[in-house]
Design a protein around this ligand. Sequence first.
Ligand code: GLV
Ligand code: MN
Ligand code: MN
Length: 422
Amino acid sequence: MSTKTLHIDGDRLLTRLSELAKRGARDDGGCNRLAFTDADKEGRDLVTGWMRELGMAVSIDGIGNGVARRPGREEGPPVMIGSHIDTVRTGGRYDGNYGVLSGLEVVETLKDAGITTRRPLAVAFFSNEEGSRVAPDMMGSLVYVGGFGLEEAHAAVTIDGKRVGEELARIGYRGDAPTPGPVPYAYVELHIEQGPVLEAEGFRIGAVTGVQGISWTEVTVRGQSNHAGTTPMSYRHDAGYVAGEAAAFVRRLTKEMGGRQVGTVGSIVLEPNLVNVVAQKAVFTVDLRNTDEKLLQSAEARLDEFLGTIADAEAVEISTRRLARFEPVDFDPRMISLVEETARSLGATVMRLPAGAGHDAQMLARVCPAGMIFTPSVKGLSHNVREHTDPADLELGANVLLQTVLTLTETDPFKAASWRAS
Ligand code: GLV
Ligand code: MN
Ligand code: MN
């Protein structure tokens, strides 16, 4: 039978998405499966169970990445479909999960049709893609490609004071498959866009050109606590004020720089955090991103300069700690074209665009040709419990994934030119 007429089962995909969303379900309809928590374990148990039901051999490595394999007619490195199943605390049901469960849908569709692909297939979920409970983000895929040592990753401390290695052991996902992991033939990740562009421009599929650079910094300000009523303003060393000014500065900076510069102060924790006490300590985070490495560096330099100036002016002590730093990544042009042509062959409107969020694909791009397929996010909402994608778009995206993967398993798209490892 021609594989061109194969279709994934949209209802089955939606059912799996709903089942997974019950793990770590929030009362408001969202999902909370922060990495390495009990809810994350429940999600992992469900997904590895499905992988095994499909006859796949599942391995878990030392950072808890799960890789399920389906043999091909030939030996050799697999075409890997991957993403993540952890969420932020206020997550939806699609970010990451959609890519992994669509991978299972591809496998089940092939299984139902009695098709064994030429190259083997792998479906992977990578640990702690979100990085909200413990930095860096994309931790699992970074360890998988050898960009971060296992010991260092195990020693990382969560925002609730736990070590990653101990949390992994506690939830039963500190596996023994080696890291770095085996290099795939190619890697494809299907993901919701998480931004407004596809919807606003009227395209149903995005062929992702790359991922912007990410810079995460934790800033600690040490001032002096004092009485809010009796301390004249000129006597204050107010850590709370500095944190607020910094948040306003980050917004001003993005305005001045314009273009693709974005910046966020997403967490501010004050001590003692009381109405009538000048804060003695503030710990806040700064997330800066840009598709241009030089511009990202200049944003970082401007932040440093600002922190130096305000530390002097308020006579507080400021220290910084880098939580994550990744340069922008360009995907292999052949993968971008493949996604684009495949979408067109299915009658979909497709546009090229860069990814604004971090993705496991940017790590896999270090070792093999990697690409991403985007589907529209309604109103561009993500990292929000109201994250939504139209079911018809979810189905279309999974069909683009299926056909993209089949081209990668059945043909030799990279033969002509040698692969550029970055
Ligand atoms: C992680 O997915 C991020 O982009 O923050
Ligand atoms: Mn994601
Ligand atoms: Mn996310």
